[in-house]
Write a protein that binds this ligand. Structure first.
Ligand code: GLC
Length: 806
């Protein structure tokens, strides 16, 4: 069963059957103002923070058929009565003649045909604007004239999203709406919780005369709410009650009489849902966006901003599903994770327990350093600001208040209250930013550490370089019985929570990788002494890892406090973990033979046609001594599931070892764009990576969940562009070092890098996987495989020939 198709020319995925197995969504705007819009027009909108300033009441846990946050009703006048339906399908579920939801770059466009009306609605947030627009066009495609009313509706939540759920007296007592009539029948309905009346209001308005409105949900649905969203009784009367709610469940429904449309005739209606300090402050913006030409211009600006964003890298490979991801959907998902971290999706519902994840965002930054360098730098600074002076880091923080916490560790006060990996990711992220941009001045920027005195002032500050050094120093000093890094509450794998004293091989490897990055940076800065110090630390950890963590055919993953290995053939469950193998390669710790053996073990024990499992066999029953991993049945999530985030690391490891065929096979098997014909098993959107897929120990093997907000986005993009296609930013320039499936003849990429454009053409005449024998830049032969950063704003032609050296 297919639910839609890719339209690569329009850079869209088009859903043609709204009954998708789970809701499919898209993102509009940014964390500053925006949110998610599902494929039936439901919208979860917030400003600055989904926990503390949420606007619409979208309850992801309701069935897909329910009204969520907002919808549009149309009303056809019929023999004294009305036919009421939603062109979004939900919540009225009328039989449609045509349904298309165009999942575009920063917009959703829903086109449907029902009862002789074609409705074409584009929902988007103009770049940088605090408003969601709905550009609605209604056309009579029947042979008879038709009299039509349009009633867009939003339902508000209390801005404190959790309070809305937990306090059903205080919240409704505070919620208020007020209508402001304007010239020409226009109307703005303002809404606020009482305490914010004078500082922050939401508003809903349109660019056509409103004959009546409703602000109280109970009146709109009718019959003490035994009227439903599928059939609101309020829409059976000629007019809404125009009642200004002083309490209760606040909505804004605006009734527009569009008049009689002759066959072929169309009407356009633009709505705005926005937020402002006051209505007066909002008036100019409201007036501007009532102008349809301004709306067209805003949509064009949105398209231009995405064009700029995507133009950073465009590839043409022999694989259309790969091109589709690399040129459109994967960078779009990187944009999304960069803006939303793990804060707001249908799965990570933004009620505040999460916020911005330190390690999550550090990895997200790595997916956008080329396309959003300034924003990346700002987020890096913010992250460095929640690093402790000790070098470790807080696990997450709230973007509005900057209040930081230790995350889930707080639930287990008996365990260490820090994650052993968090702070190390920032080293990788900052170095990725520096290699991309060459902005070495960033290293000298002074950023406060997290700790504050009673007066709120930072207790310690340090340059960015100092922060990075503090990070590796923390880990060097925080080791256990084998000299390996202590696990803390957890490492990258949130769910293995062992008694204090346990050691983590993942953190050891991440530390190793961070040391290599630092050494490379310091060498470039001319500080050979510091570089060799870090390389010596690398050797030291490498020796410890190889002395104690080799299990015969793979590396172990942890040692518990008693020194028992986990991820060893001696274990009944969790005998082998993917990350312990891939990261042994990424860290440079694995010797060449062990690297090959470890990656072959991963292939034999962990690979499935749907992706690489995180570990195997799954734990089968709760074991508090192992932690969260044992709360899942075998095959789910971290317990033997296919945790997609870890798949690109195996791709990178295989590429580093020169195995282009396997790297590419690993890439293809998790490419969502290649699953469009397997949706009944996969269920999630085929245009984004999900976080997890059930593994083969689970009866629902192949089922995906937690789409959108996952580190998979950034790492899949890095794996494909930097390791398979091999375009690696370095301090000296752009290194081109592909690791391809041998069958490929080559590929082309247009890549912007430090202010110049490189038209790169790679030829693979001998059908090998790696090795560059010749490179020409603008027709001139170049030594080696690093293209210098010309920074001249011009386009340069780079011809690369792969081959074995003579
Ligand atoms: C989730 C978390 C991430 C963690 C991973 C593995 O994706 O967001 O921080 O590393 O799970 O447990």
């Amino acid at each position: 069963m297919e639910y839609g198709y890719f339209d690569d020319r329009c850079r869209e995925y088009v859903i043609t059957n709204p009954r998708t197995p789970v809701k499919w969504i898209n993102y509009v705007g940014t964390l500053g103002f925006g949110g998610l819009v599902d494929h039936t027009g439901g919208a979860l909108i917030c400003a600055g923070d989904p926990a503390l300033n949420r606007i619409t009441r979208y309850l992801a846990l309701l069935p897909a058929s329910e009204f969520k946050g907002q919808t549009l009703y149309l009303r056809i006048h019929k023999g004294g009565g009305y036919r009421v339906f939603s062109p979004f399908f939900v919540p009225t579920l009328d039989p449609y003649d045509r349904f298309e939801c165009h999942v575009g770059l920063g917009y959703m466009r829903i086109v449907s045909e029902l009862y002789g009306l074609r409705t074409d609605v584009t929902l988007f947030v103009p770049p940088g604007e605090p408003r969601l627009l709905q550009d609605i066009r209604i056309t009579n495609i029947a042979r008879q004239p038709v009299q039509v009313d349009a009633v867009p509706v939003v339902e508000y939540t209390h801005p404190d999203a959790l309070k809305q759920i937990t306090n059903a007296d205080w919240v409704p007592q505070t919620m208020q709406s007020k209508a402001y009539a304007e010239a020409h029948g226009l109307l703005v309905v303002a809404q606020y919780p009482f305490m914010l009346r004078d500082v922050r209001i939401n508003y809903f308005t349109s660019n056509r005369p409103v004959s009546s409105f409703e602000t109280d949900r109970r009146r709109f649905l009718g019959d003490n709410e035994y009227g439903t969203w599928a059939c609101p009784l309020g829409l059976q009367a000629a007019e809404l009650s125009s009642y200004e709610a002083l309490r209760g469940d606040n909505i804004a429904a605006l009734l527009h009489h569009l008049g009689t449309l002759a066959p072929g005739e169309a009407r356009r209606l633009v709505t705005q849902l926005g937020q402002a300090p006051s209505l007066d402050a909002a008036r100019a913006g409201i007036a501007a966006y009532r102008d349809e030409a301004r709306v067209d211009q805003a949509l064009a600006e949105l398209a231009a901003s995405w064009e700029r964003y995507l133009s950073c890298l465009q590839a043409e490979t022999p694989d259309p599903a790969m091109d589709r991801m690399l040129n459109i959907h994967n960078p779009r998902q990187c944009h999304t994770t960069f803006h939303w971290s793990r804060y707001l999706s249908l799965y990570q519902t933004g009620y505040g327990e999460r916020g911005i994840g330190f390690r999550d965002s550090a990895q997200d930054v790595m997916g956008v350093v080329a396309s959003l360098p300034e924003e990346a730098r700002r987020l890096l600074q913010q992250l460095l600001g929640v690093q402790s002076a000790s070098g470790a880091a807080m696990h997450q923080f709230n973007p509005l208040t900057m209040e930081a916490s230790v995350g889930d560790a707080a639930e287990r006060p008996d365990l260490p209250q820090y994650y052993s990996d968090d702070h190390l990711w920032i080293v990788l992220a900052v170095c990725a930013y520096l290699k991309e941009t060459g902005d070495l001045a960033f290293l000298d920027q002074v950023v406060p550490y997290h700790e504050r005195g009673r007066d709120g002032r930072p207790l310690a500050i340090g340059s960015v370089r100092h922060h990075l050094e503090a990070a590796v120093e923390f880990t060097r000093g925080d080791v256990g019985a084998h000299g390996l890094p202590l696990l803390g509450f957890a490492d990258w794998n949130d769910t293995v929570n062992l008694r204090a004293g346990a050691e983590s091989l993942f953190t050891a490897h991440l530390y190793g990788r961070a040391l290599l990055e630092l050494a490379d940076l310091l060498r470039h800065l001319g500080d050979a002494g510091a570089a060799s110090k870090y390389l010596a630390w690398h050797d030291e950890m490498k020796a410890r890892v190889n002395a104690c963590a080799w299990d015969g055919a793979w590396y172990v993953r942890y040692f518990d406090a008693d020194g028992t290995p986990l991820g060893s053939r001696t274990n009944a469950q969790g005998q082998i973990y993917a990350n312990a193998q891939s990261w042994a390669v990424l860290s440079g710790f694995a010797t060449p033979e062990r690297a090959r053996l470890a990656m072959d073990s991963l292939y034999e024990r962990l690979n499935t046609p749907c992706g690489i499992k995180l570990s195997t066999p799954g734990f089968n029953g709760f074991d508090p001594a192992r932690g969260g991993i044992t709360t899942y049945p075998p095959g789910a999530k971290e317990n033997g599931g296919i945790f997609l985030h870890a798949n690109p690391w195996a791709i990178i490891a295989e590429a580093l070892l020169g195995n282009g065929d396997r790297a590419y096979a690993y890439y293809c098997q998790v490419n969502p764009a290649a699953k469009n014909d397997r949706i009944d098993t996969f269920e999630c959107e085929p245009y984004v990576y999900p976080q997890n897929i059930l593994g083969d120990e689970h009866p629902q093997f192949g089922l995906a969940r937690n789409s959108w907000l996952t580190g998979t986005a950034s790492w899949a993009y890095q794996a494909a562009t930097q390791y398979i296609l091999g375009l690696q930013p370095t301090y000296a320039g752009l290194r081109i070092d592909p690791c391809l499936p041998a069958a490929w003849d080559g590929f082309r990429v247009r890549r912007q890098f430090r202010g110049a454009v490189y038209e790169i053409e790679v030829a693979n005449p001998q059908h090998i996987s790696y090795g560059v024998v010749r490179m020409r830049v603008d027709g001139h032969p170049v030594q080696g495989n690093v293209v210098p950063a010309f920074g001249d704003g011009a386009a340069h032609h780079v011809e690369v020939t792969m081959g074995h050296p003579a």
